[in-house]
Design a protein around this ligand. Structure first.
Ligand SMILES: [Zn+2]
Length: 682
């Protein structure tokens, strides 16, 4: 089994990577759900949609002046060179090659290297097309990339007016000038002297937005002049569509604009206008807020390193996470997206969101970033208290995995049980608790234990996390605990993971679960709820399974151990979802579905909508030892699809009378014993 999974892991990883990449793209396009009233007024920034026209120098005609210039450059600087120009400007997009010897002193600085580069730029004026007077050293963008590589960036300013988005970048390292180029170097051919002043420009912006004295305005950035690049108009007077094919260096025009940024009280967004400083036209009008994401690595299913689902996967969104910017706290969307406003703010999350708060024994959680960069909780090797380099002590695998898995399952439950207050209030998830080989729902919180004694960290195993949360839902779904709650919890886990093996990776040795004598065939978790993955290949029934195997501890509906008797209901629902319903033509077979897929869950939800008639039939068919509770057992998932307003027919649930003594951990968690539900008997 593991070999099969390993063989498919490469493909799985690729598919997962593709999924994540497309997710990234989708998130980047995320916009606020409630659009601002200014949305219809948007005029895209022309400079952001300018297309460079990449042209290899070698493709130019031999008599072309630019080509002659680069031939001279190559002759002067030995070695091989690759030169690509922007046909619109004639300036080099990228020049790279064997390099020009460039010694960098031990005590070199950005300024000292930049000074040397200015001489080079002046010497090569005919091919670089940059005037020394226009180059403004960008100290924020410049610096040491690695021990031996420097990046020096010059932004551009003409007659003291900055040119938006234009810069020259130089890479110096290993004793050479390695590469240089400019993403855009447009032709500035308009006067730097405005015809309308800043005050009038702002008045035009306010008029354009339809603002009235009733609006409260905050000017974020007062009017300032800048040049913007435009597509050069063609013969018709309009910029031609499609790739630029005109003469080298004739593809850009420019405009002098007033740039103003303001916010309007009660409206989303920081609105930036570029008003033409010569004719007053609105060159662009856009929301400059950045929408960033809280994300991080999680274990989709287990931490057993059987990839992809058993290996940590980066960039999972952190749903409904808290984000603090200054004094304001907001919540990420289901895809982890938040509004970074104003851009350049420091955003912090503590994984203490609207629904789930992580409490990590390993330390505090506090991850911050200057947005609009994403708050990336990142990934790391190791287990338990290991965190990514530079992270706070509580940014563990278990913290990230619990936050993601619990928010996802609770989100799904809210669609079925919209009025359950438990699902809308914050639950604490304790992770890396200083115990091993178990996990517990304590009546208020889930508690996941560290690795050790041959067991994995249960907070890194989706099946265990979901199982304990399932007890919480069971207790809070309107009917207190069902019996056995263990079945309810296992069903909650596999309805989400689509894995009959509950808590894969629990046994670090990889050995199979015992199955109360009907041993599991391929499950390193605590139970396998597929009867066909046990040695006997026979569904569990009260007479066939519970009576001979579950003992007489009396906490199960048939008088046996609840964990053991959970097999009867659990196997029933698994069988219904994976065999009976697909066979009835009610849904597609579930083969090939990713364990993390949130796609079609119809078979699963249908399985939940059925009352477990078969389960009841099995238990009712053979009430053993004269136990009436066996016949009336109603552990079901009926609570998932249809809210149950009254107590279930079974009111004979055991409440607090089950023998916990044998299960008690070395350091008991102080909670009402009646509410404690353990993953497994110990
Ligand atoms: Zn349990």
């Amino acid at each position: 089994m593991k070999h099969v999974m390993r063989r498919s892991s490469a493909l799985g990883a690729v598919l997962l990577a593709v999924f994540l990449v497309s997710l990234d793209a989708a998130v980047a396009l995320q916009v606020p759900e409630v659009p601002s009233r200014f949305e219809p007024l948007v005029v895209p920034d022309p400079a952001t949609s300018l297309d460079v026209a990449t042209t290899p120098v070698a493709s130019l005609h031999a008599s072309d002046r630019a080509r002659a210039g680069w031939e001279r450059f190559k002759a002067a600087h030995a070695g091989s060179w690759r030169v690509h120009l922007d046909r619109r400007s004639g300036a080099p997009l990228l020049v790279e090659g064997d390099g020009i010897p460039w010694s960098v002193a031990e005590d070199a600085s950005v300024d000292s290297i930049a000074a040397g580069l200015r001489t080079f730029i002046a010497d090569e004026r005919d091919v670089l097309l940059a005037d020394d007077a226009e180059l403004v050293l960008d100290r924020d963008g410049s610096g040491k990339l690695t021990d031996d590589v420097w990046q020096i960036v010059f932004s551009r300013s003409v007659a003291g007016v900055p040119v938006a988005g234009e810069r020259y970048v130089f890479s110096v390292g290993h004793g050479n000038l390695i590469a240089f180029g400019t993403p855009r170097w447009s032709r500035i051919a308009v006067s730097p002297n405005p015809r309308i002043d800043a005050e009038e420009a702002q008045a035009r912006m306010i008029a354009y937005m339809g603002l009235t004295p009733a609006d409260t305005i905050e000017v974020v950035a007062p009017a300032r002049l800048e040049f913007v690049a435009l597509r050069a108009p063609g013969a018709s007077g309009k910029a031609p569509a499609g790739p630029f094919a005109g003469p080298l260096g004739s593809g850009y025009a420019s405009a002098l604009v007033w740039r103003i940024a303001l916010r309007v009280s009660g409206e989303l967004g920081t609105w930036v206008a570029r008003v033409d400083a010569h004719n007053g036209a609105m060159r662009s009008f856009v929301d400059d807020d950045r929408y960033a994401r809280v994300k991080g690595g999680i274990y989709p299913l287990a931490s057993d390193q059987i990839c992809p689902e058993g290996c940590e996967q980066p960039n999972f969104p952190m749903p409904f996470a808290d984000v603090t910017i200054g004094a304001a706290t907001s919540t990420t969307t289901t895809m982890g997206v938040f509004t970074c406003s104003p851009a350049g703010s420091v955003a912090t999350t503590k994984l203490a969101g609207q629904y789930i708060r992580i409490n990590d024994t390993c330390g505090l959680i506090s991850e911050a970033v200057t947005c609009s960069a994403d708050v990336d909780l990142s990934v790391s090797a190791g287990t338990d208290c290991t965190v990514p380099a530079g992270s706070a002590g509580g940014n563990t695998h278990a913290a990230r995995t619990n936050f993601y898995q619990l928010n996802r399952v609770a989100e799904r439950a809210r669609t079925w049980l919209p009025s359950r207050t438990w699902l809308t209030t914050q639950m604490t998830a304790n992770v890396n608790v200083n115990q091993t080989c178990n996990a517990v729902w304590d009546g208020n919180s889930t508690n996941m234990f560290k690795s050790g004694s041959g067991c994995g960290n249960t907070g890194e195993l989706a099946g265990v996390v979901l199982h304990e949360w399932g007890h919480g839902l069971d207790q809070n779904d309107g009917g207190d605990f069902d019996n056995p709650s263990e079945a309810y919890a296992d069903i909650t886990a596999f309805m989400t993971t689509h894995q009959s093996c509950i808590g894969r990776g629990f046994r670090l040795s990889g050995s199979n679960c015992g199955g109360y004598g009907d041993v599991c065939l391929s499950c390193s978790g605590v139970r396998d709820q597929d009867w066909d993955k046990h040695a006997l290949h026979t569904p569990a029934t009260p007479m066939g399974f519970s009576a001979p195997r579950c003992g007489t501890s009396s906490d199960g509906p048939c008088g046996g151990a609840g964990h053991c008797e959970s097999y009867i209901s659990g196997e029933t629902i698994w069988d219904l979802a994976t065999r009976d319903l697909p066979a009835s033509g009610l849904d597609q077979p579930r083969r090939g579905r990713s364990p993390t897929s949130s796609g079609s869950n119809r078979a699963w939800d249908r399985a939940a909508t059925r009352t477990t008639a078969r389960s009841r039939a099995r238990t009712a068919a053979a009430p053993r030892r004269g136990s009436p509770s066996c016949a009336s057992s109603t552990t079901t998932m009926a609570t998932w699809p249809t809210e149950r307003p009254t107590r279930p027919r079974s009111s004979r649930r055991s409440t607090g009378t089950r023998s916990l003594a044998a299960w008690r951990p070395t350091r008991p968690i102080r909670t009402a014993p009646s509410a404690q539900r353990w993953l497994r008997p110990s």
